[in-house]
Write a protein that binds this ligand. Structure first.
Ligand SMILES: Cc1ncc(COP(=O)(O)O)c(C=O)c1O
Length: 460
């Protein structure tokens, strides 16, 4: 006897899933300003979901058995290489997402050294890569004003370290939405014979389609940039499960392939970390890109940028709140401004009460606590409502004390809501975020793992 019980009709299963889905926030409409990306083009959404279903059972492990897989991959990589102005001979791989692209970019260079050199705002996926691949990270502070990793910092560190396998720069960083000094970083790397990877997972499409309106240089046309990644499941507006990882030099890509034929079964040939994998996400990304086309992306990106500008302008007019840095794309980090500034965590709660989901970001070193917004093309249609609610929420948050925890952090942690108890999260999360914020670095990560472990515990 297993725990499944007797089978039910497809209709029943569908209804049960629909019910579970009702507790999720909406993935379309722009009310959720993190994790989801809505261009608001109905035909593209439909085409993507249809392709996801119709290719869901195709095994992308083997392009010889399923020739459509090679067609899809070559078509997506070809587009990516054009978009990222790759040199002749450049190649690429379709991966399952940003993290896999980061890990494979590191794997490509592991033979050259054991250190990944990166800014403190680089995505944690590079720490994960170091953890998984037995490497170390050397983390450099970003410029305190611009929040960018500078060419100077990288050059100095490269002169100190003789075991650097890869330099990583962000275009832009997730936390603050600013692009690192990529031409200077890539030049410093090239001068010392070290490859330079640009993590454009979140902003690559936005920056590329915003050209030539003054977008910063970041792509494979920049001398010294040896690889770049951008995610189709972010501003490519595709369903989850695809990113493009591009290499200027095919030898770098070759180092990411895994082949094994010394066993009595089928020869295993993998371009990514997964072996058997669905062709669904890749087909979906292709369908979305095909429907949108260059004009669709240009239009979507320009709406997202206009909305970002309008929100940033509104924030400038709100007492006690400011935009951190000078964002280059469509990501905003809002911080407290002045002595009696607004607590970003309280702001997030006040916005939540008005139906908007913003993402609290804890403080780190000298970087303050902020609230993050991933602005989307559909945000342009609701920018009036969003900015009006921001003003009202800021007014409410201004009158509240900053969310804090007492000295007994252990007791506060034990008092966190029982996430598995079915009660769900409290409406006001500022206290929980303040607790995470207050935990010393060595305690924060195990605490987060404990919360996750509690969440993923089936009741049997
Ligand atoms: C700059 C950057 N790199 C990498 C990632 C990781 O991407 P994923 O969540 O698709 O694994 C993200 C995610 O937001 C990101 O913003």
């Amino acid at each position: 006897m297993t725990g499944l019980g007797p089978g039910v009709s497809a209709q029943t299963a569908r209804e049960e899933l629909r019910e579970w889905r009702q507790d999720d926030p909406p993935v379309h409409g722009g009310r959720v300003l993190a994790y989801v990306y809505d261009a608001g083009v109905e035909q593209a959404i439909e085409a993507g979901l249809e392709a996801l279903a119709s290719f869901g059972e195709v095994n992308a492990l083997d392009p010889l058995a399923f020739p459509s897989v090679a067609r899809l991959e070559n078509s997506l990589v070809g587009w990516g290489l054009d978009l990222m102005r790759a040199p002749d001979g450049a190649v690429g791989t379709v991966t399952s997402g940003g993290t896999e692209s980061c890990i494979l970019a590191v794997l490509a260079t592991r033979g050259r050294g054991s250190t990944i050199l990166m800014g403190e705002t680089a995505h944690p996926a590079f720490h994960k890569a170091a953890h998984l691949l037995g490497m170390r990270t050397r983390v450099l502070p970003v410029d305190p004003q611009s929040l960018r990793l500078t060419g100077e910092a990288v050059a100095t560190a490269l002169d100190e370290e003789d075991d650097v396998a890869l330099v990583v720069a962000s275009a832009p960083s997730y936390a603050h939405g600013v692009v690192d000094e990529i031409p200077a970083i890539a030049a410093a790397s090239q001068a010392r014979g070290v490859p330079c990877h640009v993590d454009a997972c979140i902003g690559g499409i936005v920056l590329a389609y915003a050209r030539p309106d003054g977008a910063p240089a970041f792509d494979l046309s920049v001398p010294g940039v040896s690889s770049i990644a951008f995610d189709l499941h972010k501003y490519g507006f595709a369903p989850k499960g695809t990113s493009l990882l591009l290499f200027a030099d095919p030898q770098l890509r070759a180092a990411t392939y895994f082949t094994f034929s010394q066993w009595p079964g089928y020869p295993v040939v993998n371009t990514t970390l997964q072996s058997t994998k669905s062709a669904g996400p890749m087909a979906a990304a292709w369908a979305v890109a095909r429907v949108l086309g260059d004009d669709g992306y240009r239009d979507a990106v320009s709406r997202a940028l206009l909305a970002t500008e309008a929100i940033a302008e509104a924030v400038e007019g709100i007492d006690g709140l400011r935009v951190l840095g000078r964002p280059d794309a469509t990501l905003l980090a809002l911080a407290s401004d002045g002595e009696r500034g607004i607590d970003p965590f309280r702001l997030a709660d006040a916005m939540k009460a008005r139906g908007w989901s913003l993402q609290p970001q804890p403080s780190f070193g000298s970087l303050p606590r902020t609230v993050h917004l991933t602005v989307q093309p559909v945000s342009w249609e609701s920018v009036g409502a969003l900015t009006a609610d921001l003003r009202a929420a800021a007014g409410e948050a201004r009158s509240q004390p900053w969310a804090q925890v007492g000295e007994d952090l252990e007791a506060a942690f034990a008092g966190l809501p029982d996430l598995t108890g079915g009660g769900g999260l409290p409406d006001e999360m500022a206290g929980v975020h303040a607790l995470i914020d207050a935990l010393p670095p060595g305690v924060r990560d195990p605490a987060l793992a404990a919360i996750l472990g509690a969440l993923f515990s089936p009741r049997r």
